[in-house]
Design a binder for this molecule. Structure first.
Ligand code: HEM
Length: 328
């Protein structure tokens, strides 16, 4: 999948560099939506008959609204947008039922095959599931990468080290134009540290939700069985006892953090059996994005960059940048 990721990042960044200013959050949302939609559900943005998801980048803003489903409300608009995405998957499912010989063997095909043995897998369930996966993918990865861009712009010494690591990867190749390999990805430790540090500082969700299955005693207090518990990950990620100067964007700190500390103090993808299903894919995607970005392009901020939390992380004015090729 790495060559596919690199190719999609290459073509998108090339396109952005020929435009004026690009609003990064929306642009990355579309890029990751189209990619995940294609590899998991066969959504072909170029040739699809399904309606283009124009409202996609604003979906998250309408999600946190009063749940009044009547025309004119934000919630109603949110439900309509969700319906568009689910319908897109329903349409693809219909095409696959009609042409069983043209199945690519992706995630959607697996779900369709499992419908025979798993009673809960109805067409509606798969459409909802697809929406959940697409939403989980485009919102979180685009927020992380947008924030990484912002942090890198504000910390030129980090950008310098990141660029040096990624340019060294190119220099070590026999053919500098060959594609990023898994082995190269594994050597990009500073790139991983930049991603970890961005994930640590940003905390997209305000916490993780769990249900107490039995009464739990915590320091003399009882959490009764059945109660919902919220683990506030931002508190864990900004704990000065683990992370010195916790508000500082300092990817170098990851060199000295051991695995035991991290298992309890770093959980951007959650933990246990409900841990994020897309964690490894996301890290790979983000590393490939940063690799292409810093080796081929430079960028300057045009406007935006303000961040709010409500309760997830939002960029109310977007982050607008101008990308230029390093070859120009
Ligand atoms: C930077 C990127 C991402 C972050 C920070 C992130 C974060 C999270 C978090 C915090 C959870 C809740 C875990 C828990 O309760 O323990 C979660 C769940 C989930 N994520 Fe992600 N996610 C990311 C990307 C993705 C991507 C790209 C996909 C799919 C391709 C994805 C699919 C899922 C799914 C399916 C779940 C539900 C898992 C379950 O309940 O069993 N995520 N994610």
């Amino acid at each position: 999948m790495l060559p596919q990721i690199e190719a999609t990042v290459n073509s998108n960044l090339c396109k952005w560099s020929t435009q004026g200013a690009v609003e990064v959050k929306s642009a990355i949302s579309r890029m990751i939506f189209n990619f995940t939609g294609k590899v998991a559900f066969g959504y072909d943005v170029e040739n699809s008959k399904a309606e283009t998801i124009e409202s996609l980048p604003n979906f998250i803003q309408s999600l946190m609204s009063f749940p009044l489903n009547i025309p004119g409300t934000t919630f109603h608009k949110c439900m309509k947008d969700k319906e568009k995405m689910s319908n897109m998957v329903r349409q693809i499912m219909k095409e696959r039922f009609n042409s069983p010989d043209k199945r690519p063997g992706d995630f959607l095909d697996q779900a369709i095959n499992d419908m025979a043995s798993e009673k809960f897998l109805t067409e509606d369930f798969i459409a909802e599931l697809a929406f959940g996966i697409l939403f989980a993918a485009f919102e979180s990865v685009s927020t992380t990468l947008t924030l990484a861009l912002k942090f890198l712009s504000e910390n030129p010494h980090v950008l310098e080290e990141l660029t040096a690591e990624n340019e060294a990867v190119l220099r070590k190749r026999e053919n500098p134009d060959s594609q990023l390999t898994w082995e190269e990805y594994k050597t990009m430790t500073f790139t991983q540290s930049v991603i970890n540090e961005t994930l640590r500082l940003m905390n997209i969700p305000p916490g993780l939700l769990r249900k107490a299955l039995k009464d739990i005693n915590v320091k003399g207090y009882t959490i009764p069985a059945g109660w919902t518990i919220m683990l506030v990950t931002p508190i864990v990620h900004l704990n000065p006892e683990t992370y010195k100067d916790p508000l500082e964007f300092n990817p170098w700190r990851w060199k000295d953090l051991d695995q035991v500390t991290l298992s309890k103090s770093f959980m951007p993808f959650g933990g246990g059996t409900r841990q994020c299903a897309g964690a490894e894919f996301s890290k790979l995607y983000m590393a490939a994005f940063l690799h292409v970005l810093v080796t081929k392009y430079r960028w300057s901020k045009v406007k935006g960059g303000r961040i709010t939390r409500s309760p997830i992380l939002l960029f109310p004015d977007g982050v607008h940048v101008k990308l230029t090729s390093k070859r120009d």
